[in-house]
Design a protein around this ligand. Structure first.
Ligand SMILES: [Zn+2]
Length: 72
């Protein structure tokens, strides 16, 4: 069965990460690291798709997976 699809980038959610403190990305323009966070709200940090680092607010990897062909 294929992995669920990311609502942010459309790619398969084959790797998701739990990043409560966000992550840091290299910024060539400033020559320094820039703090990043996917959370759009302040309550709970979301799971994040590793491919696009978009937040997955409704997602949890232990939720039952519904095959895309069965979804309506
Ligand atoms: Zn994605």
């Amino acid at each position: 069965m294929n992995a669920p699809i990311c609502p942010n980038c459309g790619g398969p959610l084959t790797r998701v990460v739990d990043v409560p403190y966000g992550w840091w990305e290299w910024d060539e323009a400033t020559g320094s690291y820039r703090a990043c966070n996917a959370a759009s709200r302040v309550d709970v940090a979301p799971w994040v798709h590793a491919a696009c680092m978009g937040e997955l607010r409704k997602f949890h990897p232990q939720d039952p997976i519904v095959p895309a062909s069965a979804a309506t």
